[in-house]
Write a protein that binds this ligand. Sequence first.
Ligand code: NDP
Length: 284
Amino acid sequence: MPSANFLHSLVGSLSQGAAGNPTVAMVEAAFRHHGLHWRYVNMEVPPAGLAEAVRGAKAMGFRGFNLSMPHKVAVIPLLDGLGESASLIGAVNCVVRRGEQLIGENTDGKGFLKSLQEVSDPRGKNIVMFGAGGAARAVAVEVGLVGVKHIAVVNRDEARGRELVDTLRHKAKLNADLVVWRGDYALPADTDIVINATSIGLYDADARLALNLDSLKPNMVVADVVFSPPQTRLLRDATARGCRTLDGLGMLVNQGVIGVQYWTGVTPDAAAMRRALEEAMSLQ
Ligand code: NDP
């Protein structure tokens, strides 16, 4: 491969403490599957080095890159512009080179929405979402923008929950309310879609989300953003109550699908990407 071609077809992942990142295998599987002579490389970047890393990526002709925390917020002033939802969410996980500009997008929420739409159309639905952190902001804005009926944000920390609800109400013009999470939460009977957007369950298959399981009804769709392990306790409990469930791997794969689309213009094969991700996570 000529070096100029290599340089102009490079995308990356700027992360801190994410050595062995399984998404590298997933994105590179998409490139191989479609015969694209591209590379996706993971680079450890400390917070103090972010500005230089972004300048370097631009100078070297990177077509884009992903970012993990804490870079998702810190990168914003270093970019030339933001997509609509990234601006509402206040975080960028995917940078795309458009002409000479580096534009910040947020594909986390878009990835979640894409997997949700495979099982349920959120338009006109009542959503209950646990959490108000980075993933929750992305999910709520993106799901909200398709036109939901109502979003209840259930969060332990009142100030963080209030900030998200204010964004949803005043910037995204959505019908949203805050529930300060104390004890087991009982879902309202008219709930259609339940989303865990907290980190409860990450790397702990038995971690329990404070939810009154008797309020889970079989007509509800229950989704989890946690991807490791994919079958969280919440999803197992929901399956036992007859609900349809959605794991966090689908969101992770779909944010990768959208990133590859943004960078290359090719719509990649999601199944090939999911297989590579599961293999890299030793789930196969
Ligand atoms: P943040 O640290 O920004 O937010 C964490 C959220 O979880 C907060 O709302 C916090 O509540 C809540 N929380 C954590 N522990 C508890 C607890 N014991 N009880 C009640 N609430 C709790 O994290 P992120 O939003 O960045 O990430 C959340 C999860 O999303 C992670 O597991 C991450 O791996 C996953 N994720 C998945 C993606 C995917 O593609 N599948 C993409 C991005 C993230 P409080 O505000 O009260 O502290």
